[in-house]
Design a binder for this molecule. Structure first.
Ligand SMILES: [Zn+2]
Ligand SMILES: [Zn+2]
Length: 394
């Protein structure tokens, strides 16, 4: 094996206590999105102690941070992104404690072993993945623009890379009508709830005539107050998803038309509020391959092919702009659902600890390969551009 890789792995082993202490502390102090103050304090403090230049409060987000280690002038800029938010009422049911710990470990291991090779290791703390998606304002503010590549890890029920994710629009539809006594003067009322129900029905008809990768799911968030008042306000929230952004845009427009038609039919006023947009992940095969090779080299034996059924993630918006990949590292038995008590418990288990250290070694290895051989990075960039262009050709 490559001697520098052995050095990287040894550094991770030497840092074992520090890395696992981060994992355990964040696990035991779960903080909700945009409130991850203790996690950020610990991560930035640790990285600053190892020579990283820390900045907090990026893109107007109090719990976003960057920690940059520049080794000489020039060279590639390797982005290592981590999340650290927990789930309400559950704690670390998505395993983001593993992520924060292993990314920090990988970053320090790389920084310590660069020697004379010019490169920049850029760690970004990205808050509120589960709720408001901190990466979105960070992208808008250009925070990731100088990166050559963005790497992430996530715990999982198998070790693999994320092959794809669905593009998604999260939208709120608000219908306004006119209140009236439902028995005495229904003719004076306009039911906003009718608008919502009509919209749901129109979407059911639409569903048959879209591609099979499309997912449209909605709930009524406001359906009126009591039956004897004609509801003057009603609202629904929908997630509309598809495998790629160009097709999704056409579906979203058709869903909007279903809502507009429902408003026209019921005489209600409609407002459409776009809450959040995720892109589909751009899949860079060469980078995925490099991730899995390094996972194997670091000592992970069982590796599965990329997941075929996925939801949506704000990391996809990063990969829409720069080449990126997320390594999933197994720490729960196959088939164990995320956002569960089982995931919370496994975060402190021996398997959880092993996953953190193996992920740190794997990602440090990937970073090292990208830094020492410029041809690897240029091939990845070429693949990225090809994959992105292919999206818009149909
Ligand atoms: Zn989650
Ligand atoms: Zn997660």
């Amino acid at each position: 094996m490559n001697t520098t890789k052995e050095k990287l792995y040894r550094t991770v082993d030497d840092l074992r206590e520090t890395i696992l202490a981060i994992n355990d502390f964040i696990h035991d102090h779960p903080e909700l999105g945009n409130e991850e103050f203790q996690a950020v304090e610990l991560l930035t403090h640790t990285l600053a102690n190892h020579g990283f230049q820390v900045e907090t409060g990026l893109a107007g987000l109090e719990t976003a941070f960057s920690a940059i280690y520049q080794n000489r002038q020039g060279g590639p800029v390797i982005g290592l992104l981590c999340e650290y938010d927990a789930l309400e009422g559950l704690g670390h049911g998505c395993g983001h404690n593993l992520q924060a710990a292993s990314i920090t470990g990988a970053a320090i291991a790389l920084a310590r072993n660069l020697g004379d090779i010019p490169a920049t290791i850029a760690v970004y703390g990205t808050p509120a993945e589960e709720t408001t998606s901190g990466k979105l304002p960070m992208i808008k503010a250009g925070v990731f623009d100088q990166l050559d590549v963005a790497l992430m890890m996530h715990g999982g029920d198998r070790t693999t890379v994320d092959g794809k994710s669905l593009a998604m629009n999260m939208v709120e539809f608000v219908f306004e009508g006119k209140a009236a006594h439902a028995a005495v003067a229904p003719e004076k009322g306009i039911s906003a709830l009718d608008g919502v129900l009509m919209m749901f029905n129109a979407i059911e008809y639409l569903r048959e005539h879209v591609r099979t990768d499309v997912r449209i799911h909605g709930v009524i968030t406001d359906g009126g107050v009591v039956p004897n008042i004609v509801p003057d306000r009603a609202a629904a929230q929908f997630y509309i998803r598809a495998a790629d952004r160009p097709y999704l845009d056409t579906v979203v427009e058709r869903v909007y038309n279903a809502a507009r038609g429902a408003a026209l039919a019921t005489g209600t006023q409609l407002s459409i509020n776009e809450l959040k947009t995720c892109e589909n992940k751009i899949n860079v095969e060469t980078l995925n391959k490099l991730m899995l090779e390094n996972a194997r080299e670091a000592g992970i034996q069982e590796i599965s092919p990329p997941r075929t059924s996925t939801g949506s993630t704000d990391f996809a918006n990063v990969t829409y702009r720069i080449p990126g990949a997320c390594l999933r590292v197994q720490f729960v038995p196959f088939g164990t659902s995320s956002h569960s008590k089982e995931w919370v418990a496994a975060g402190l288990s021996d398997e959880g600890h092993a996953a953190v250290l193996l992920a740190a070694k794997s990602l440090a290895g990937v970073g090292y390969d990208l830094i020492v051989d410029p041809s690897v990075l240029s091939e990845i960039k070429e693949d990225f551009h090809k994959a992105k262009e292919a999206l818009f050709v149909s």
